[in-house]
Design a protein around this ligand. Structure first.
Ligand code: PLP
Length: 388
């Protein structure tokens, strides 16, 4: 039998990590103690009270039936309360909040609600691949906005051609940013809201890393900007904040029409998240800030150690105190792939080459601070002894 793959699958960007996976495998087979700083998945466990909440809720037969499409009211209320407490943003839990099966699910499905064949969706580059792939699945065309270091990895709205803006339906942003670790300014968000209103473009903001900060300045939500709710939807997730990547629980909030449209798509493709997981999510959202402070302290320690090591070998990592990533230019004369290859071969350390996130990521590599601290310190030692 030979089955012809659909074009949308055949034309997916090539898997750039195959060669690196092979080299990592080779090292493992040689018995090298490989340290994987490639994946953005927290190593720390989900806090115990969240696990207890799941256990209790899973015992209740009421929770064994189909959940509601939009999420339980109690979960949506907890989200609204959390947004009010954290950002001072008021949300109507019935019309401005929807539960997601992890934010990736919502991000991938959102374009189906608004994108017609040939419509443009503005996507950052480098970026989380789901923005552009979700666009293509819906028949749209991604237009990439390069994020440059000289612009602190913010897109230059002035460089979006008028005819592109005219055809654009959605513009994706993600701050604090994966992979660059940059955060946006309030001024940028204000400009963006103005721009989006001018061109009648939906702002889709991915705020998965809002709680992963180690400086004094807390990242903001675009919904704090006056008038943002007229044009914006924000995707958020419990994955990074509460070490819950495996649980698959997130939310979309913001403009009522946008939330409703996303809900329409979802009603036709999924049946909501297990109520017990939503109860666990409520427990998470109600957790005291001090718990998160402990987590942030761990990332701060790791960031400082790794940053120091990279500087010691003459590299110049982008200075940031948000996300759990470090984004660094590779040394002169290397491509991203070549340098990351050297790190595997000579130090047994796996990092992600910047071009894996888009063309504009070429010349950089990303380190995740998501391995136990003793392993991270071992990686630091190995990097410090590298001769570049
Ligand atoms: C991790 C991550 C998410 C969260 O994904 P979930 O599906 O909620 O686990 C969203 N956006 C970006 C950029 C991420 O790195």
């Amino acid at each position: 039998m030979a089955f012809e793959l659909a074009k949308r699958i055949k034309t997916l960007p090539p898997y750039l990590f195959a060669e690196l996976d092979r080299r990592k495998q080779e090292k493992l087979e040689e018995g090298v103690d490989v340290i994987d700083l490639g994946v953005g998945d927290p190593d720390l466990p989900t806090p115990q009270p969240i696990i207890e909440a799941l256990k209790t809720a899973s015992e209740n037969p009421e929770n064994h039936r189909y959940p509601s499409y939009t999420g339980m009211r109690a979960f949506r209320e907890a989200v609204a309360r959390w947004y009010e407490g954290r950002f001072g943003v008021e949300l109507d839990p019935d019309r401005e909040v929807i539960a997601l099966i992890g934010s990736k699910e919502g991000i991938a499905h959102f374009p189906f609600a608004f994108v017609e064949e040939g419509d443009v969706v503005l996507c950052p580059d480098p970026a989380y691949p789901v923005y552009s792939i979700g666009t293509k699945f819906a028949g749209g065309e991604p237009y990439f906005m390069p994020l440059r270091e000289e612009n602190d990895f913010l897109p230059d709205l002035g460089k979006i051609p008028d005819d592109v803006a005219q055809k654009a339906k959605i513009l994706w942003i993600n701050y604090p940013n994966n992979p660059t670790s940059a955060d946006a300014t309030e001024e940028f968000f204000r400009d963006l809201v103005r721009w989006a209103k001018k061109w009648n473009v939906i702002i889709a903001s991915d705020n998965a890393y809002s709680e992963i900060y180690t400086g004094k300045k807390k990242p903001i939500s675009i919904l704090q900007i006056e008038g943002a709710k007229d044009v914006a939807i924000e995707f958020h997730s419990l994955s990074k904040t509460y070490n819950m990547t495996g649980w698959r629980i997130g939310m979309a909030v913001g403009n009522e029409e946008l939330i409703k449209a996303l809900g329409k798509v979802k009603t036709n493709v999924d049946s909501g998240q297990f109520n017990a997981v939503q109860y666990a999510g409520i427990t998470a959202l109600n957790m005291p800030e001090e718990e998160l402070d402990k987590l942030r302290e761990i990332y701060r320690e790791r960031r400082e150690a790794m940053q120091g090591a990279l500087e010691k070998i003459g590299l110049d990592p982008y200075k940031s105190d948000t996300t759990f990533y470090i984004w660094t230019r590779v040394p002169e004369g290397y491509t991203s792939q070549e340098f990351v290859g050297r790190l595997i071969d000579e130090a047994g350390i796996v990092c992600t080459p910047g071009n894996g996130f888009g063309e504009a990521g070429e010349g950089y590599f990303r380190i995740s601070l998501t391995v136990p601290t003793d392993r991270l310190l071992e990686a630091v030692k190995r990097i410090e002894s590298l001769r570049l």
